[in-house]
Design a protein. Structure first.
Length: 256
């Protein structure tokens, strides 16, 4: 037998080498799984989370701007209109900050399509917003309000022409938010799958290492103890005067 013909030191070295190879293989697989987990985590940290924050911020700010427009409907002077216009300008500046942050992130084709739709609707709404502000500034506040049923021109424009565009703008952001959250959920699931696979590989590697160590230990122990037992039996027989006892040659190592 090949193992029986090897030196004891060689047998021990072979066993150590096999266990080391299994350990290295296990470590390599675990590192690969950890790399997959890291990539998924980076996708969440560098893309999904900032995108969710920016889109949520944009929805909040656009609604804040719309509420400021609603406040203009109740003013009694151009000076009050200008006060709301100043507030709106500050909101627009914050909106631009979130938009630049969102545009700086890596995106796929579906995200680009939704963002293009958002930008188109955004331009339409800002056009309506500029018209709304002009009408509010040009309004004669010394006159009574318009017809109680039909309302004045500013109010009619707010609830008529501008409202559908604003609703479409918010819906575009909602679709974008849903898509980004789906990406975040997919990345999270990928991290969980990678963790589970890494755990399975670690457990499997530990089991294989234990089995291999047990088998190699048994073989090496047997290669050492069997010749010793044969030699002990032969020595006992010789001590009792039996010189006919044969000692079988078990190998060519130190015990063979």
């Amino acid at each position: 037998m090949f193992l029986a013909n090897m030196r004891i030191a060689s047998k021990l070295g072979l066993g150590f080498a096999l266990v080391s190879c299994l350990t290295l293989a296990l470590g390599s697989i675990s590192l690969w799984q950890m790399r997959q987990m890291d990539q998924s985590t980076q996708a969440v940290v560098q893309h999904a989370m900032p995108s969710v924050v920016d889109v949520s911020g944009l929805r909040t700010l656009w609604n804040q701007l719309r509420r400021a427009e609603a406040g203009i409907l109740n003013v009694n002077s151009v000076a009050e209109v200008e006060g709301y216009a100043t507030q709106i300008q500050k909101v627009l500046e914050e909106i631009q900050i979130h938009e630049r942050s969102l545009e700086s992130l890596a995106r796929d084709a579906q995200e680009n399509q939704l963002i293009a739709g958002y930008q188109k609707t955004r331009a339409q709404f800002l056009t309506h917003h500029a018209t709304f502000l002009k009408m509010a500034r040009d309004k004669d506040y010394s006159q009574l309000d318009g017809d109680l049923l039909l309302g004045d021109a500013v109010t009619n424009f707010y609830v008529g022409s501008a409202e559908p565009v604003f609703v479409e703008l918010i819906e575009n952001l909602g679709h974008l938010s849903v898509l980004i959250r789906q990406y975040a959920d997919n990345a999270k699931q990928h991290v969980e799958r990678s963790f589970q696979l890494a755990m399975y590989w670690v457990l499997a590697g530990m089991a294989l290492s234990a089995v291999a160590a047990a088998i190699l230990g048994w073989l090496i122990t047997r290669a050492v103890t069997v010749p010793v037992e044969q030699a002990v039996r032969a020595a006992r027989s010789i001590s009792e005067g039996d010189l006919t006892q044969d000692i079988a040659q078990g190998g060519h190592d130190e015990m063979g």
